[in-house]
Ligand binder design. Structure first.
Ligand SMILES: Nc1nc2c(ncn2[C@@H]2O[C@H](COP(=O)(O)OP(=O)(O)OP(=O)(O)O)[C@@H](O)[C@H]2O)c(=O)[nH]1
Length: 434
């Protein structure tokens, strides 16, 4: 086997090595308990984790790269605090090692505005983006500043992803906490970029956290479900409805509403416009409930974490079966499109260099012609006309005036640069050419 073939085999084997650790994107209305849930879930996953081979220095270096990159955009004065290693925490439930094997959870905080976190994230947006500075620098209100902070972060999310790809294989799950105002993430460009990037890298599952106590109100319940439905269809990722705060109120009523539309209709007391709207929305949502998993938890006490983890594992399997083929097809189409575009560009440059009218069929000149034309004969190298045909500098000046002047060295330099850039952005293209 040739060296290049062996290299190509190794590269594709590496490409095929997929990360199976699920990523849990935690979304939900403000105050639903997202942060508390991230804390409880990560603590549950951390219990009994064997001492890991984490290299905090390495993490710090990569984090520093993100900080530096955003610094270089001159948009804020980020700090360079490396995230501390996460301590193990006690749990209400013993961990089941057959579900989500690995060592603890890898936790990411994407809420730039949160004041205090009950957990120590491995990656924290606040290490890089100073939310208050963004607010004053751009004269923004709280939500505008969250969106702008996320936008800034999204521009460097590829580096965060490198970090996740490195750490995820040893972890039981990657858990991502999001800003309190759900729309700042789910309906912003940066939220979409981050979700898509995660979705094509890891088996990503959305945990939609619902405040069960508030959902006693049928209108609030329908609103929550409508939000969840729109997010699921927008991201096309598997979703779990996490009924939180069940230490205060059982979610049995809500799960009944999800499985029995007549019951929900009966319980929708309002006979005004809102009631009619909620009824029709609830009916439209019936189909959506069939594709959903739901689980009852209390992030405060840790109850229900074992069922939640089991649900995450099932949803990650669903991702592999239903979503992965779509992602792979999308990636392949994108790679194919990129290659065709590059081939097209090469062809265009090749034409520019060799096939343009005037070259081969007529005279063209390069810099050497201008300096070397002393009247002596030169060997025609196939790229430029022999000097005997154009014996003096006057002819070069004429060529420049008539647009047939050809700076061979400059063209070659541009072409080499193009090939270099192309190889840097797509190593496959180099291999293909070889
Ligand atoms: N009783 C009870 N309270 C809870 C539970 N989970 C969260 N809370 C409380 O609900 C409030 C909001 O919790 P957070 O975890 O901050 O909710 P959040 O969704 O992250 O909030 P924002 O991101 O600020 O919108 C806090 O006072 C929590 O203590 C739970 O399971 N039971």
């Amino acid at each position: 086997m040739s060296a290049s073939l062996a290299q190509s085999g190794a590269a594709s084997a590496q490409h095929d090595a997929r990360i199976t650790t699920p990523a849990c994107l935690v979304l939900g209305m403000a105050g639903s308990g997202k942060t508390t849930l991230v804390d409880a879930l990560s603590a549950w996953l951390d219990v009994d984790s064997v001492s890991s081979d984490d290299e905090p220095v390495d993490d710090a270096q990569l984090n520093q790269q993100i900080v530096d990159a955003i610094h270089s955009m001159s948009l804020n004065q980020a700090s360079s605090v490396a995230p501390p290693a996460r301590p193990s925490a006690p749990s209400a439930q013993p961990p089941a090692h057959d579900v989500l094997p690995g060592q603890g959870a890898y936790v990411i905080n994407l809420d730039p505005a949160v004041y205090e976190l009950p957990y120590d994230p491995n990656i924290d947006i606040r290490d890089t983006i100073k939310y208050k500075q963004v607010m004053s620098q751009y004269s923004l209100g709280p939500n505008g500043a969250i969106i702008t902070s996320l936008n800034l972060y999204a521009t460097r999310f590829d580096q965060v992803l490198t970090l996740i790809e490195k750490r995820a294989p040893q972890s039981r799950a990657v858990i991502i906490d999001t800003p309190g105002q759900i729309e700042t993430f789910t309906w912003s460009a940066s939220g979409t970029i981050i979700t898509d990037a995660l979705g094509i890298t890891l088996p990503t599952v959305i945990l939609f956290v619902v405040d069960t106590v508030r959902c006693e109100n049928t209108m609030t319940f329908v609103s929550n479900m409508l939000y969840a439905c729109s997010i699921m269809y927008k991201t096309r990722l598997p979703m779990i409805i996490v009924f939180n705060k069940t230490d205060v109120k059982s979610c049995h009523f809500a799960q009944q509403w999800m499985s029995d539309f007549d019951k929900l209709e009966n319980d929708l007391k309002e006979n005004n416009f809102l009631g009619t709207l909620a009824r029709s929305m609830a009916q439209a949502l019936e189909q959506f409930y069939h594709t959903l998993r739901s689980v009852a938890v209390s992030a405060e006490t840790g109850d229900g974490m074992d069922q939640l983890v089991k649900c995450i594992q099932d949803a990650a399997e669903q991702y592999e079966n239903d979503y992965r083929p779509v992602v792979d097809a999308r990636k392949k189409a994108r790679a194919q499109g990129k290659k065709e575009h590059q081939d097209e560009q090469i062809e265009r440059i090749r034409k520019d260099m060799y096939d343009e009218p005037g070259f081969g069929t007529g005279p063209r000149f390069d810099e050497e012609d201008e300096s070397d034309h002393t009247g002596s004969d030169q060997q025609n190298d196939g790229m430029k006309p022999s000097s005997s045909v154009f014996p003096d500098k006057h002819a070069v000046r004429m060529a420049k005036m008539t647009g047939t002047y050809y700076d061979k060295q400059e063209e070659q330099r541009k072409y080499d640069q193009f090939i270099h850039n192309m190889d840097a952005s797509n190593p496959d293209s180099k291999r293909d050419r070889e």
